[in-house]
Design a protein around this ligand. Structure first.
Ligand code: NDP
Length: 328
């Protein structure tokens, strides 16, 4: 038997999530079975557990889009019993049972070796949010945004993706401006490396097609009017990475920033990102993220607390990242 959070949709209870005991017969198809040590709560897990967004594609479903653990059995050529592994995305926790469980069966092709620099709980403190932050930074670099080009704006800065993005960019020498709706987290964001804190309200309402040019680059986790206003205030030839929708899925912009200022909007997807890019992101995290900052970013909870914490995440009251120890 193993414990897992299970999401279901029933006539009696509607959409629901419970901590349950499952057995090996409940494991799906897959060539690698993993004893999970830690998982996390990402925004998508919050949507899945609370039912606030259409994340779960099959019921019953074990949520958890990422996990770190040890291989218990494997018929995959790249993995053997005892290997430490990490998983992010690939539809796990959405259409394939995920990491908020003590055991998971997965496709070996989805797994990445746990980088030697990290303990499993540190890899999950980074989690999909942090790996996505790294993908955003890599995209800025790919498009030529170097620290000398000017300020980088991070929106949703006190959230998971935002916190890790601030820490990575600061370590790489960028000047980071953090946009948050929580002024009380200003000191936290400055400790992570932000040089200035701005109120997210300045981006959240409908704005003009073009504003005063300020940002050399941006990591936007928020979408909607915020993304439109960030694009409108990005400097000539600047780059905006777009990875999230915390404000909304819409993008009420005009083409002006793109055709008049040559702004690049770079889309970031962590779920289906090719393996080579994942390996690069994890290896960059090992060098470009100050591990001592992870403790500040992270709160650890047990599996039995994950359902309540998902509600807090959706209410926007959680700072940074939530790591879930699935064995307590
Ligand atoms: P969190 O919930 O940890 O952080 C989101 C942050 O967004 C909040 O902390 C808050 O920051 C800000 N925010 C919340 N509501 C609003 C609002 N109405 N208007 C403006 N800002 C708001 O989530 P994550 O950091 O884990 O994820 C951020 C986004 O990135 C999510 O939309 C998620 O789905 C997406 N994502 C996408 C991935 C991809 O592959 N593209 C992978 C991982 C995440 P503050 O309090 O500082 O203002």
């Amino acid at each position: 038997m193993y414990k897992a959070i299970v999401i279901n949709k029933t006539e009696a209870e509607g959409y629901n999530a419970h901590l349950m005991d499952l057995d090996d017969g409940d494991l799906p198809e897959g060539d690698v079975t993993v004893k999970v040590a830690y998982s996390t709560l990402n925004y998508k897990d919050g949507l899945a557990i609370t039912g606030k967004g259409p994340v779960v594609r099959k019921f019953p479903m074990v949520p958890g889009i990422d996990l770190a653990g040890t291989v218990m059995s494997s018929t995959h050529a790249d993995f053997k019993v005892g290997d430490a592994v990490v998983l992010n995305g690939w539809g796990v926790g959405e259409g394939h049972p995920g990491g908020l469980a003590q055991k998971a069966r997965l496709k070996g092709d989805w797994l990445v070796p746990l980088p030697a620099a990290f303990k499993p709980e540190q890899a999950m403190a980074i989690g999909t949010a942090g790996y996505t932050a790294m993908l955003c930074v890599m995209a800025l670099e790919r498009h030529g945004v170097t620290p000398d080009k000017g300020e980088i704006l991070v929106t949703g800065a006190a959230g998971g993706v935002g916190s890790v993005a601030v820490a990575i960019l600061a370590k790489l020498g960028y000047t980071v401006v953090a946009s948050t709706g929580r002024p009380s987290e200003g000191d936290y964001l400055k400790t992570l490396g932000a040089t200035e804190i701005v109120d997210r309200a300045q981006f959240s309402e409908p704005g003009r097609p073009l504003g005063k040019e300020r940002w050399a680059g941006a990591v936007d986790t928020v979408g909607s009017h915020t993304l439109a206003n960030v694009c409108a205030t990005t400097k000539y030839r600047g780059v905006v990475t777009c990875c999230g929708l915390a404000q909304g899925m819409d993008f009420p912009s005009t083409v002006a920033p793109f055709i008049l200022r040559g702004v690049t909007l770079a889309g970031i997807d962590s779920v289906m990102a090719p393996k080579a890019e994942r390996l690069e992101a994890w290896s960059r995290l090992a060098t470009d993220l100050d591990v001592s900052k992870l403790e500040l970013i992270t709160r650890e909870i047990g599996l039995s607390e994950a359902i309540d914490a998902a509600g807090e995440l959706m209410a926007g009251t959680i700072r940074g990242r939530v790591v879930v120890d699935v064995n307590r």
